[in-house]
Design a protein around this ligand. Structure first.
Ligand SMILES: NC(=O)c1ccc[n+]([C@@H]2O[C@H](COP(=O)([O-])OP(=O)(O)OC[C@H]3O[C@@H](n4cnc5c(N)ncnc54)[C@H](OP(=O)(O)O)[C@@H]3O)[C@@H](O)[C@H]2O)c1
Length: 257
């Protein structure tokens, strides 16, 4: 990561998921990422999915993005060991939900399928949670060094790009996510004016999240998690402070609101 310090600390929230685990594995192999904190609901899933072979100092912390007390708790744990020898320069939120078979949650094809319960859950994970991560972790980001807070969004969260409809809760939760990112980026300009806060679209990636919905995606348009992780880390390496508040795709292109 050429634009980061020789010894930076990175956090991946949602490190047990497809894209989160691939990003974490690449950061383990990134020479100047000397410390890595991996957070998620399920520590054993992180241990299973992340390749931790390397010299990087790794901490694992359990947290649920739907529960602010849980986020505050991991932030307090993190505060006990973060230090200036390896400043927090990269925080990635790689969590998110589109469907949940156990709770009969599916993206809605029609307005007839809308449910208050599904809205609450999808917004809690995709919109409110990422904003609460900014609330609890922005204070750890250095004031005198560039840092990046990247949160996984989706192209379907673009209102102007919505040509086919459907997926009400997911689309709306990502649009709300993008508004929260923009608003936080404006506030951060006062006190954390080196922090670049962005949403990221990873492309269509072969993970559990996309599994039921990618039948029509041609093989060259379907990324492996490590391909997408590689692209997104490259995008974050190149972002400037002027780009804070926007959403960028895997190829570095800005996605319109
Ligand atoms: N895959 C795609 O094609 C695609 C396209 C556009 C955008 N995205 C976005 O990319 C992000 C990552 O998705 P993915 O494809 O890597 O999916 P994934 O493999 O299903 O990973 C989702 C992650 O979210 C975590 N998560 C869900 N609910 C949580 C909660 N309450 N607390 C903490 N973590 C929670 C999961 O944790 P567990 O491991 O504990 O389940 C998992 O780590 C999502 O925001 C998604 O919307 C993906």
């Amino acid at each position: 990561m050429k634009s980061f310090l020789p010894n930076f600390h990175a956090v991946i929230f949602g490190a047990g998921g497809g894209i989160g685990a691939a990003m974490a594995s690449q950061l383990v192999a990134t020479p100047n990422c000397s410390r890595l904190t991996l957070m998620g609901r399920n520590i054993s899933k992180i241990q299973e999915n992340v390749n931790t072979n390397g010299d990087t100092d790794i901490q694992l912390l359990q947290a649920d993005i739907c529960d602010e007390k849980s986020i505050a708790h991991v932030a307090a744990q993190f505060g006990e060991y973060i230090n200036n020898d390896a400043p927090l320069q990269l925080f990635v939120n790689a969590s998110g939900i589109l469907h949940d078979e156990e709770n009969s949650l599916q993206p809605e094809r029609s307005i007839r399928h809308l449910s208050n319960e599904a809205f609450q859950k999808v917004f809690a994970i995709n919109s409110f949670g990422p904003a609460l991560l900014i609330k609890h972790f922005l204070p750890f980001m250095p004031r005198d060094q560039r840092s990046v807070f990247g949160s996984l969004s989706a192209r379907v969260g673009s209102i102007s790009d919505n040509k086919i409809g459907g997926w009400y809760a997911y689309r709306a939760s990502k649009a709300a996510h993008n508004m929260l990112i923009k608003t936080a980026s404006l506030e951060a300009r006062m006190k954390y004016n080196q922090a670049v806060i962005v949403g990221l679209h990873p492309g269509t990636v072969a993970t559990n999240l996309s599994a039921p919905f990618r039948g029509n995606v041609s093989p060259e348009k379907l990324f492996t998690p490590s391909q997408s992780a590689d692209y997104l880390l490259g995008v974050m390496d190149n972002l400037t402070i002027e780009q804070s508040g926007s959403v960028f795709a895997w190829d570095g292109q800005e996605i319109p609101a």
